[in-house]
Design a protein around this ligand. Structure first.
Ligand SMILES: [Zn+2]
Length: 254
């Protein structure tokens, strides 16, 4: 039976997501920005949280983990870097396997935004939880090395096109505006920009996407496009990684 998902707003712009295995009843929360919001979402669906999967050690992703563990007895799985901020039971790293009931996931190390950042890919569900590596039409801020972030963003982009992505934040309208500023002639992007405006005006969340749509509209996955390279004022000899770094700097100031 395919997994079921519940997506909801936490705090001001964090995306909460639950993944439920109907065959066993197991339910994972990916990060816990706000324990109250996560427990309420589970209660709405009649699900009991059995697992917490942590993408990275930032406070707005782990601050509710201890509370959820205490109230549900859930098993907490996360990178070593999260141990100082959350009660991690099972430490994972690049290449680790995770299971939520019968749903099987793979862990990929994706440093750059945070040293311990990982993504969880569930190939059988065509689903991945990418935390603050990739956002709809954007990518996370870089606290570590730009090379690491470029590799991590590229890793997400290398998943199959039909992979559904759950991101850590809804920064979609702001990302769409930046994307339009570097590639205004992209028709797929124009459509998504209009949709982002409509959703924002209606107070609706937009924090999920898929790899194929991001490859068509996310400038950080389109650094080989000449028009995007030109927007950074780099010459034709610039490498994709250099264009990526320049683009990320431009977004910081946008
Ligand atoms: Zn973060």
């Amino acid at each position: 039976m395919p997994a079921q998902f519940e997506t909801f707003l936490c705090l001001s712009d964090n995306i909460g997501v639950l993944m439920h295995d109907p065959s066993t009843g197991a339910t994972a929360t990916i990060d816990v920005p706000d324990a109250g919001a996560v427990l309420a979402a589970a209660a709405r669906r009649g699900w009991t949280i059995t697992d917490v999967l942590i993408t990275h050690e930032h406070g707005d992703h782990v601050q509710g983990v201890a509370d959820v563990k205490e109230k549900t007895g859930a098993k907490v799985t996360g990178p070593a870097q999260a141990m100082a901020a959350a009660p991690v039971d099972a430490v994972i790293a690049d290449g680790s396997r995770v299971a939520v009931g019968n749903l099987k996931g793979e862990v990929h190390a994706t440093p750059g935004h945070a040293a311990g950042h990982v993504i969880f890919h569930f190939p059988g569900e065509s689903a991945a939880f990418v935390g603050d590596v990739l956002f709809v039409m954007g990518c996370g801020r870089v606290s570590g090395s730009m090379d690491d972030m470029w590799r991590s963003v590229s890793k997400v982009g290398s998943l199959p096109d039909d992979t559904r992505l759950w991101t850590g934040h809804d920064y979609t309208l702001s990302n769409a505006k930046f994307a339009m500023s570097v590639e205004p002639g992209n028709e797929d992007l124009q459509k998504r920009f209009m949709r982002a405006e409509t959703l924002k005006a209606n107070g609706e969340l937009w924090g999920t996407t898929n790899v194929g749509m991001e490859k068509l509209t996310n400038p950080f996955l389109r650094v080989k496009e000449p028009v995007i390279r030109k927007s950074t004022r780099l010459t034709e000899s610039a490498t994709p990684r250099e264009v990526f770094a320049a683009l990320r700097e431009m977004k910081n100031k946008f």
